[in-house]
Design a protein around this ligand. Structure first.
Ligand code: TYD
Ligand code: MG
Length: 457
């Protein structure tokens, strides 16, 4: 006889409770518990999905490690971010805002993987097979070993996987999947969690890598992927500004490699193309004449990749009572902090000014070394004086206005030299300032934000 049991699951952290409560006992957020019903007929049906197998307690020393080689996905950037290809049985979540290019990235990788693989299954929950085919035509050569299955019933998909054992599985997207015995709408946390765990069991039992595509809204409010993050082995984030061409791929979590690698792509008419020399692409062919006030260049490091990024600031008198602050590609709270430091330590009255900040190319830079360039671009805009050509910055700004050192200076300097930069501002405490032999780079070490003003203008 079928029994129905109601559980409650927190949409923020995935905590499960048997009773509804106002505040999640685990993550302490309010009003996030959502009911879901699991229907079980006699024995638990949830256990029947994916083959159950015997597990025992064993001494760790006796666990043999079977070396299963990594498989190259056919996309060098993706391989690098994964830590050198995909591990058999790995469950990878590719998250990003709608329309950023997740399906494109996965499809173009499997197109090239299919040239070498036995059987790849692309589960299309959002698009029809015709749509997938049309897009595939644009992206590459469609190999006969690539299969598409337009299905949203996770149980049917698992059955197909069990009988045909593909070598790679893509689920686009995990939000569209549903299991009939979970009585919640597709996309709800309960559904996402149950479907993901069914796929994960399949991946682990058969050593088949599974990629989930997951949507995240701008506010990150859709909780599904957050819950998923705990369940999967690798979490990849695909980000960028939708109306700009550049996209960044980072690993937020990686059980099989570092999270320091970064993939950089440019969205073109025929799919995503890897960007090998980010600085060249971001700075363009700039010369002496076209340095404008309000711009400064930072020698940033994203993961292990150095790249020169242009920061643009516009400071103007606020028309309305409350000044506006906006930052594209830069954390707004950090911008407010830097403005407060400038006001307090350098005596610039910015409280009545609108401040807009923009990182060229629509990139999001997380490296704190960009602080100094942000401050320099704001100063340059306030004074309406452009910075001399060839000047770059790398330093973090602390609350007391001190310039703090940032790691891997040698790499930043090498990249800046390569692009013909002449002068680098950094912290007095910076180490590893060896210059490449043929470099004519002038290093200007400063201790305080207030010194920056003196040295620049
Ligand atoms: P898509 O992969 O569908 O995004 P997601 O799966 O993350 O929702 O692609 C998003 C955008 O990419 C789409 O609006 C059009 C653009 N695009 C190109 O510019 N060139 C291409 O070759 C393809 C396939 C897509
Ligand atoms: Mg898509």
């Amino acid at each position: 006889m079928a029994k129905a049991k109601t559980h409650y699951v927190c949409t923020a952290c995935g905590h499960e409770a048997v009773q509804w409560v106002g505040q999640c006992p685990s993550c302490k957020t309010w009003n996030t518990l959502e009911a879901f019903v699991v229907r079980s007929s006699g024995g638990s049906q949830r256990q029947m999905i994916g083959a159950a197998h015997q597990v025992q307690v064993r001494p760790l020393a006796e666990v043999e490690v079977v070396e299963r080689g990594r498989t190259a996905t056919g996309d060098d950037e993706l391989d690098r971010v994964l830590g050198g290809g995909v591990v058999p049985g790995a469950v990878v979540l590719l998250g990003g805002e709608p329309g950023i290019g997740k399906s494109t990235l996965m499809l173009q990788s499997v197109l090239s993987m299919a040239q070498r693989s036995r059987r790849i299954l692309y589960v299309a929950g959002e698009e029809s097979p015709e749509q997938v085919r049309m897009r595939a035509e644009r992206l590459g050569v469609v190999s006969p070993s690539l299969f598409v299955y337009a299905e949203t019933d996770a149980q049917a998909v698992i059955r197909e996987l069990e009988s045909n054992k593909p070598s790679v599985v893509i689920v686009d997207s995990i939000q569209t999947m549903h299991l009939p015995e979970v009585e919640s709408a597709p996309g709800s946390v309960a559904q996402i969690r149950e479907c993901a765990s069914a796929f994960t069991r399949f991946a682990k039992n058969h050593h088949v890598p599974v990629f989930f595509i997951g949507h995240i809204t701008k506010e990150g409010s859709l909780a599904g992927p957050k819950v998923l993050e705990h369940m999967v082995d690798v979490v990849l984030q695909f980000e960028g500004e939708r109306h700009h061409a550049y996209r960044m791929l980072r690993a937020a979590k990686n059980r099989f490699g570092t999270t320091a690698e970064l993939g950089l792509y440019e969205m073109q008419g025929s799919g995503l193309k890897a960007v090998d020399q980010p600085s060249d692409a971001l700075l363009g062919q700039r010369t002496d004449g076209d340095v404008l006030s309000g711009t400064a260049i930072c020698a940033a490091l994203e993961g292990v990749r150095p790249m020169l990024v242009e920061v643009q600031a516009l400071v103007s008198t606020a028309v309305y009572g409350t000044p506006q602050r906006s930052g594209t590609g830069f954390d707004l709270r950090r911008l407010n902090m830097l403005l407060a430091v400038l006001e307090k330590r350098c005596g610039f009255k910015l409280g009545t000014k609108d401040v807009f900040l923009n990182l060229a190319g629509g990139l999001r830079i997380q490296d704190p070394a960009i602080d100094l360039a942000v401050v320099a671009s704001i100063l340059s805009s306030v004074l309406d004086v452009s910075l001399p050509w060839g000047t770059i910055f790398a330093g973090e700004v602390g609350l007391t206005g001190e310039i703090r050192p940032v790691p891997r200076m040698a790499q930043r300097i090498a990249e800046a030299s390569r692009l013909g930069m002449k002068r680098m501002f950094c912290s007095t405490h910076a180490r590893n300032l060896e210059l490449p032999k043929d470099s004519a780079m002038e290093i200007i070490a400063i201790g305080q934000v207030s010194d920056l003003h003196g040295r620049l203008f």
